[in-house]
Every structure is written in structure tokens, then in C-alpha cells.
Design a protein around this ligand. Structure first.
Ligand SMILES: [Zn+2]
Ligand SMILES: [Zn+2]
Length: 258
């Protein structure tokens, strides 16, 4: 993201081919695209671990080898295609998940909190919506994300969609700005980027704007990721993210060469 390189660091290939995602990135003049499939779309962890948040449809990869074969058939230099994963942070099974992820080296790893500690999906709208319950979930969500940022089990680069809880919990705590700054400070200390998520940017702009302000105050890097599940979604929200980066003088993630 920014003047030098235009990167989309978060996308999926469970519904559409990797070639169609890469072609879309090229047509939108991206210099790089990261393919970051959910760890819960792999047969082994999916069978062994009870994920609170999974896609009920879409491709399941039998193993990492099968996934990596996808990348071998992409004869392209531009955009650069990064091999990555989106990895759930779930405290009780974090060792098990890390073991699976760390079997290989990756160009990019994303860490995501998709469920609260009761195992319920952060996007589950059937939760109680009174002010107290909603605020309590926000406090718990930010704490869990701080904990995720501080865990060293996998060498991840980015904490994804840090305000995704907004989908299920509309009543925001009065001190949300401070909570987000605390999150950004932990991210800075741990040298991880917080994501400006394209899906959230298009659906929940105000919350992502709050996050961007917190990243500025807390001094952490940001990473743009469209979270595309279809070619048409590649790069979505990029202009909005770039505008926030420029307005708040945010530092952007550059992926290490591995
Ligand atoms: Zn996610
Ligand atoms: Zn995703």
C-alpha cells in the first residue's frame, strides 16, 4: 500500500481459482497479492479442532502440499504472489495449530481472532444486544487480540480485521478509542501490523477509521487486506485504506523476504 508498492495482503481461494484472483489483482494494478487461506479449510486441523467460526461451503484442502501445488501453476512475475495462511488464534488449541502451520515457511502469515473464549463466532448476531453484554464482549475481544499479538507460537505478520466484532456487537464501550490504542501499542511492541480490512472498510468504515486513528496514536504499522473471497473483491477498500494511511501518517507493513 502507498506510493511504492500496491499490495493486497489478504485473500482466499476456496470459491474461485488462484489464477482468477491473481488476474484480478493484475488488472487492478497491484504489485503483490497474498493468498492467505484459512487454517480451518485444511482437512487435518478441521477434523481435529472444533473451530467456532468456519465456512460451511468452499474448498477443503486435504493438506498443505495440495495447497502449495496451487502456487506452482501461476506463471507470473507481476503481481508477486505471496504464499500465506490466515491462522485462528484460539488459546486452548494454539500449540496444535502452530505445529501444523510451522511445518512450512510462509511469505506471510495472518493471525485472526474469529471467536471469543466461549467459542462463539465474533460475527454471531444472535448474542444479547443490551449495552452491558455488547460492551463486555468488546473488552474481552480486545484483550484476546492483545494476547494473540503477544504469542510467539507462529511468526505472523498481521493481526486481521481487529474491529470485526462490530458485526455482532453494535453498542461500543465509551472507552473504545483507548482500548484500540492499547491494542496498537501492543502491536508496535511486538512488531506486528494491524489490518485495515477491505471488507470492514466497505461495511463499517467508521470503526476502521477509529482503528486507523489508534494505529497513529499507538505507533503501529498497518497492512491492507481486501479479504477477497472472489475475484471481484480483490483490492476492495484499497482507496479508502490509502486515504486513511495518508491522513493519519500511518506506517505500512513491508513483508520480509523469506
Ligand atoms: Zn478472518
Ligand atoms: Zn480472511
Amino acid at each position: 500500500m502507498g506510493t511504492k508498492t500496491k499490495s493486497d495482503n489478504h485473500s482466499h481461494i476456496i470459491y474461485d481459482s488462484i489464477q482468477s484472483m491473481v488476474d484480478s489483482a493484475r488488472s487492478k494494478a497491484f504489485d503483490s497479492i497474498s493468498i492467505t487461506e484459512h487454517i480451518s479449510q485444511f482437512a487435518e486441523p478441521r477434523d481435529k479442532i472444533e473451530f467456532g467460526s468456519v465456512h460451511t461451503k468452499g474448498r477443503i484442502f486435504s493438506n498443505i502440499e495440495e495447497y502449495l501445488l496451487e502456487f506452482r501453476n501461476i506463471p507470473t512475475k507481476i503481481p508477486t504472489v505471496n504464499k500465506g495462511l490466515e491462522v485462528d488464534y484460539i488459546r486452548r488449541v494454539s500449540q496444535e495449530i502452530a505445529k501444523y502451520v510451522n511445518e512450512r515457511g510462509w511469505d506471510v502469515l495472518l493471525l485472526s481472532v474469529h471467536e471469543l473464549s466461549d467459542g462463539i463466532d465474533v460475527e454471531d448476531t444472535s448474542r444479547p444486544q443490551d449495552k452491558e453484554s455488547s460492551e463486555r464482549r468488546w473488552v474481552q475481544y480486545i484483550e484476546l487480540q492483545k494476547e494473540g499479538l503477544q504469542n510467539d507460537l507462529i511468526p505472523f505478520d498481521v493481526l486481521t480485521h481487529p474491529v470485526r466484532l462490530g458485526r455482532s456487537s453494535h453498542k461500543l464501550p465509551g472507552n473504545l478509542d483507548e482500548l484500540l490504542i492499547e491494542l496498537a501499542e501492543v502491536a508496535r511492541k511486538e512488531d506486528r501490523a494491524l489490518e485495515l480490512n477491505g471488507n470492514d472498510l466497505t461495511r463499517d468504515y467508521k470503526l476502521v477509521e477509529k482503528l486507523a486513528q489508534a494505529c497513529s496514536a499507538g505507533g503501529c504499522k498497518v497492512s491492507f487486506g481486501s479479504d477477497a473471497h472472489h475475484p471481484s473483491e480483490v483490492g476492495r477498500g484499497y482507496e479508502k485504506a490509502l486515504e486513511l494511511v495518508n491522513r493519519y501518517g500511518l506506517k505500512q507493513l513491508t513483508l520480509p523476504q523469506r
